[in-house]
Design a protein around this ligand. Sequence first.
Ligand code: PGA
Length: 221
Amino acid sequence: MKKLLILGNWKSNKGVTDAIAWFAQIMHIQDALGNEKTAVLFPSFPLLFFAKQQIAEKSLPLYLGAQNISPFPKGAYTGEVAAAQIKEFADYVLIGHSERRQYFHETDEVLAQKTELAVQAGLQVVYCVQNEETIVPKNAKIVAYEPVSAIGTGHPDTPEAAATVAHLIKKANPQVGQVVYGGSVTSRNVASFTQMEHIDGVLPGGASLDPHEFLTIIKNA
Ligand code: PGA
Protein backbone atom coordinates (compact mmCIF):
# COMPACT_ATOMS: atom_id res chain seq x y z
CA MET A 1 0.00 0.00 0.00
CA LYS A 2 1.38 3.43 -0.89
CA LYS A 3 2.13 5.92 1.86
CA LEU A 4 0.22 9.12 1.09
CA LEU A 5 1.54 12.62 1.71
CA ILE A 6 -0.93 15.34 2.65
CA LEU A 7 0.84 18.69 2.39
CA GLY A 8 -1.00 21.80 3.61
CA ASN A 9 0.38 25.08 2.23
CA TRP A 10 -0.86 28.12 4.14
CA LYS A 11 0.99 30.50 1.76
CA SER A 12 1.04 34.12 3.13
CA ASN A 13 -1.91 33.57 5.44
CA LYS A 14 -2.51 33.45 9.20
CA GLY A 15 -0.91 35.12 12.20
CA VAL A 16 -0.37 33.64 15.67
CA THR A 17 -3.99 34.20 16.77
CA ASP A 18 -5.30 32.34 13.71
CA ALA A 19 -2.74 29.60 14.24
CA ILE A 20 -3.82 29.14 17.89
CA ALA A 21 -7.40 28.59 16.69
CA TRP A 22 -6.29 26.19 13.94
CA PHE A 23 -4.16 24.05 16.27
CA ALA A 24 -6.95 23.93 18.85
CA GLN A 25 -9.13 22.21 16.27
CA ILE A 26 -6.62 19.73 14.90
CA MET A 27 -6.40 17.51 17.98
CA HIS A 28 -7.95 14.49 16.25
CA ILE A 29 -5.44 14.40 13.42
CA GLN A 30 -4.22 10.92 14.43
CA ASP A 31 -7.69 9.45 13.86
CA ALA A 32 -7.81 11.03 10.40
CA LEU A 33 -4.30 9.87 9.49
CA GLY A 34 -4.43 6.17 10.33
CA ASN A 35 -1.16 4.39 9.50
CA GLU A 36 -0.69 5.01 5.82
CA LYS A 37 -0.58 8.79 5.64
CA THR A 38 1.90 11.54 6.52
CA ALA A 39 0.68 15.10 7.08
CA VAL A 40 2.96 18.13 6.67
CA LEU A 41 2.01 21.74 7.33
CA PHE A 42 3.80 24.59 5.54
CA PRO A 43 3.13 27.80 7.52
CA SER A 44 4.97 31.04 6.82
CA PHE A 45 8.37 31.56 8.48
CA PRO A 46 7.19 33.62 11.49
CA LEU A 47 4.84 30.79 12.52
CA LEU A 48 7.28 27.89 12.36
CA PHE A 49 8.54 28.27 15.94
CA PHE A 50 5.02 28.51 17.32
CA ALA A 51 3.81 25.59 15.21
CA LYS A 52 6.71 23.45 16.43
CA GLN A 53 5.78 24.26 20.04
CA GLN A 54 2.12 23.41 19.43
CA ILE A 55 3.02 20.08 17.85
CA ALA A 56 5.29 19.18 20.79
CA GLU A 57 2.80 20.35 23.44
CA LYS A 58 -0.12 18.49 21.90
CA SER A 59 1.95 15.49 20.67
CA LEU A 60 0.51 15.91 17.21
CA PRO A 61 1.59 13.53 14.41
CA LEU A 62 2.20 16.46 12.08
CA TYR A 63 5.44 17.44 10.35
CA LEU A 64 6.46 20.97 9.45
CA GLY A 65 7.81 22.42 6.26
CA ALA A 66 8.97 25.83 5.02
CA GLN A 67 7.48 27.38 1.89
CA ASN A 68 10.78 28.68 0.60
CA ILE A 69 14.50 28.68 1.30
CA SER A 70 17.47 30.90 0.60
CA PRO A 71 19.61 30.04 -2.43
CA PHE A 72 22.63 30.88 -0.23
CA PRO A 73 24.10 29.26 2.88
CA LYS A 74 24.03 30.94 6.31
CA GLY A 75 25.76 34.31 6.27
CA ALA A 76 25.41 37.92 5.15
CA TYR A 77 22.24 37.59 3.03
CA THR A 78 19.80 40.06 4.56
CA GLY A 79 16.18 38.96 4.55
CA GLU A 80 16.86 35.36 3.55
CA VAL A 81 16.36 32.21 5.65
CA ALA A 82 19.02 29.56 5.09
CA ALA A 83 18.47 25.80 4.96
CA ALA A 84 20.36 25.19 8.19
CA GLN A 85 18.15 27.74 9.98
CA ILE A 86 14.99 26.10 8.66
CA LYS A 87 16.16 22.66 9.77
CA GLU A 88 15.86 23.77 13.41
CA PHE A 89 12.08 23.92 12.93
CA ALA A 90 11.10 21.91 9.90
CA ASP A 91 11.77 18.65 8.08
CA TYR A 92 10.41 19.58 4.66
CA VAL A 93 10.67 22.51 2.25
CA LEU A 94 8.68 23.52 -0.81
CA ILE A 95 10.94 24.54 -3.67
CA GLY A 96 9.85 26.08 -6.96
CA HIS A 97 6.18 26.71 -6.24
CA SER A 98 4.66 28.36 -9.32
CA GLU A 99 4.00 31.50 -7.25
CA ARG A 100 7.77 31.73 -6.57
CA ARG A 101 8.52 31.27 -10.26
CA GLN A 102 5.85 33.76 -11.36
CA TYR A 103 6.17 36.58 -8.81
CA PHE A 104 9.82 36.21 -7.80
CA HIS A 105 11.20 35.08 -11.15
CA GLU A 106 12.95 32.05 -9.72
CA THR A 107 14.77 30.15 -12.43
CA ASP A 108 15.57 26.44 -12.74
CA GLU A 109 19.19 27.32 -11.90
CA VAL A 110 18.31 29.08 -8.63
CA LEU A 111 15.88 26.30 -7.73
CA ALA A 112 18.58 23.67 -8.28
CA GLN A 113 20.87 25.67 -5.96
CA LYS A 114 18.13 25.80 -3.30
CA THR A 115 17.53 22.07 -3.66
CA GLU A 116 21.22 21.31 -3.16
CA LEU A 117 21.40 23.38 0.03
CA ALA A 118 18.16 21.90 1.37
CA VAL A 119 19.36 18.33 0.83
CA GLN A 120 22.73 19.13 2.42
CA ALA A 121 20.88 20.44 5.49
CA GLY A 122 18.83 17.24 5.73
CA LEU A 123 15.51 18.70 4.57
CA GLN A 124 13.07 16.71 2.44
CA VAL A 125 12.47 18.70 -0.72
CA VAL A 126 9.03 18.90 -2.29
CA TYR A 127 9.95 20.16 -5.74
CA CYS A 128 7.04 21.84 -7.54
CA VAL A 129 6.55 21.56 -11.29
CA GLN A 130 3.84 22.81 -13.60
CA ASN A 131 4.08 20.10 -16.23
CA GLU A 132 6.06 17.00 -17.10
CA GLU A 133 8.64 19.05 -18.99
CA THR A 134 9.88 21.07 -16.01
CA ILE A 135 13.45 20.10 -15.10
CA VAL A 136 13.63 18.23 -11.79
CA PRO A 137 16.98 18.33 -9.94
CA LYS A 138 18.60 14.91 -9.53
CA ASN A 139 18.45 15.14 -5.73
CA ALA A 140 14.72 15.93 -5.51
CA LYS A 141 12.81 12.80 -4.43
CA ILE A 142 9.31 14.23 -3.98
CA VAL A 143 7.62 16.24 -6.73
CA ALA A 144 4.41 18.26 -6.54
CA TYR A 145 2.60 18.57 -9.86
CA GLU A 146 0.54 21.75 -9.69
CA PRO A 147 -0.84 23.04 -12.99
CA VAL A 148 -1.15 26.84 -12.80
CA SER A 149 -4.71 26.84 -14.19
CA ALA A 150 -5.84 24.75 -11.19
CA ILE A 151 -4.26 26.80 -8.39
CA GLY A 152 -6.80 28.75 -6.36
CA THR A 153 -9.34 28.65 -9.17
CA GLY A 154 -11.74 25.96 -8.00
CA HIS A 155 -11.00 24.16 -11.27
CA PRO A 156 -8.78 21.18 -10.48
CA ASP A 157 -7.09 19.11 -13.16
CA THR A 158 -8.86 15.84 -13.89
CA PRO A 159 -7.49 12.91 -11.86
CA GLU A 160 -6.75 11.07 -15.13
CA ALA A 161 -4.72 13.95 -16.59
CA ALA A 162 -2.89 14.50 -13.29
CA ALA A 163 -2.07 10.79 -13.02
CA THR A 164 -0.73 10.75 -16.58
CA VAL A 165 1.60 13.66 -15.82
CA ALA A 166 2.63 12.06 -12.50
CA HIS A 167 3.54 8.87 -14.34
CA LEU A 168 5.54 10.79 -16.98
CA ILE A 169 7.42 12.66 -14.24
CA LYS A 170 8.38 9.36 -12.57
CA LYS A 171 9.47 7.85 -15.88
CA ALA A 172 11.62 10.87 -16.78
CA ASN A 173 13.10 11.20 -13.27
CA PRO A 174 13.84 7.77 -11.81
CA GLN A 175 15.01 9.31 -8.52
CA VAL A 176 11.50 10.62 -7.85
CA GLY A 177 9.69 8.27 -5.49
CA GLN A 178 6.49 10.24 -4.88
CA VAL A 179 4.44 12.68 -6.95
CA VAL A 180 1.66 14.63 -5.26
CA TYR A 181 -1.04 16.68 -6.96
CA GLY A 182 -1.85 20.32 -6.09
CA GLY A 183 -4.53 22.66 -7.42
CA SER A 184 -8.00 23.23 -5.92
CA VAL A 185 -7.89 20.05 -3.83
CA THR A 186 -10.83 19.75 -1.40
CA SER A 187 -12.26 17.08 0.89
CA ARG A 188 -14.75 16.30 -1.89
CA ASN A 189 -12.29 15.66 -4.70
CA VAL A 190 -9.21 14.41 -2.80
CA ALA A 191 -9.99 10.69 -3.11
CA SER A 192 -10.39 10.96 -6.89
CA PHE A 193 -6.70 11.95 -7.01
CA THR A 194 -5.22 9.72 -4.33
CA GLN A 195 -6.90 6.62 -5.74
CA MET A 196 -4.88 7.03 -8.96
CA GLU A 197 -1.91 4.67 -9.14
CA HIS A 198 0.80 7.28 -9.74
CA ILE A 199 -0.48 9.99 -7.40
CA ASP A 200 1.05 9.70 -3.93
CA GLY A 201 -0.71 12.52 -2.13
CA VAL A 202 -2.00 16.07 -2.40
CA LEU A 203 -0.92 19.67 -1.76
CA PRO A 204 -3.98 21.67 -0.73
CA GLY A 205 -3.48 25.43 -0.35
CA GLY A 206 -6.72 27.29 0.38
CA ALA A 207 -8.41 24.18 1.79
CA SER A 208 -5.66 23.68 4.41
CA LEU A 209 -6.53 26.98 6.11
CA ASP A 210 -9.70 25.53 7.63
CA PRO A 211 -8.78 22.87 10.23
CA HIS A 212 -11.97 20.84 9.70
CA GLU A 213 -11.50 20.82 5.96
CA PHE A 214 -7.83 19.86 6.35
CA LEU A 215 -8.75 16.96 8.66
CA THR A 216 -11.46 15.83 6.26
CA ILE A 217 -9.00 15.93 3.36
CA ILE A 218 -6.63 13.72 5.38
CA LYS A 219 -9.47 11.35 6.28
CA ASN A 220 -10.85 11.12 2.74
CA ALA A 221 -7.46 10.79 1.02
P1 PGA B 1 -4.95 25.72 -3.91
O1 PGA B 1 -3.34 25.83 -4.02
O2 PGA B 1 -5.24 24.44 -3.18
O3 PGA B 1 -5.34 26.94 -3.10
O4 PGA B 1 -5.50 25.70 -5.29
C1 PGA B 1 -2.64 24.70 -4.44
C2 PGA B 1 -1.20 24.98 -4.78
O5 PGA B 1 -0.72 26.10 -4.61
O6 PGA B 1 -0.51 24.03 -5.24
